[in-house]
Write a protein that binds this ligand. Structure first.
Ligand SMILES: [Zn+2]
Length: 144
């Protein structure tokens, strides 16, 4: 009985929110969560909205293989994912946060950048210190 009552109170308070509130919220949600390829990509990394926006505008293609992002529906491997260049989720800076495709992200895993560039994955795809995005070149110069 108590749970049922709580449920109806929650529904009632949702209905009190004006339609304007609701539409503002969904617009904000759509802008923040829009994946470059078109689908939905959750930001589970506590990346502030302004930094997220900045990185999305900078990293239009995978920072590693430079392939265009596709929606998750079109190709899970080619869809965009958040990458921490130094594999530490607590470093939330424009230098450490970037967007790469899921394929590169999965392959890089916990590896140090310079070690990962020596893997077959990178060799097969021609990914080298010279072909990666400027933000990655900068990380390599800084010893990553
Ligand atoms: Zn990639």
């Amino acid at each position: 009985m108590a749970i049922e009552l709580f449920g109806s109170v929650a529904v009632a308070s949702l209905r009190i929110m004006s339609k304007k509130d609701m539409s503002n919220r969904s617009t904000e949600y759509a802008v923040m969560r829009k994946e470059p390829g078109g689908g939905a990509m959750a930001n589970n990394w506590n990346i502030p909205a302004d930094l997220e926006q900045e990185v999305r505008e900078r990293d239009r293609v995978c920072v590693y293989c430079r392939n265009e992002f596709l929606s998750h529906k079109e190709s899970a491997k080619a869809s965009a994912s958040w990458e921490h260049i130094i594999n530490d989720a607590s470093i939330i800076t424009r230098e450490n946060i970037c967007l790469c495709c899921r394929g590169c992200n999965a392959s890089k895993g916990q590896k140090k950048l310079s070690d990962w560039l020596l893997t077959n994955y990178c060799k097969e795809r021609g990914i080298t210190a010279d072909t990666v995005a400027p933000i990655i070149k900068q990380a390599i110069e800084n010893g990553q």
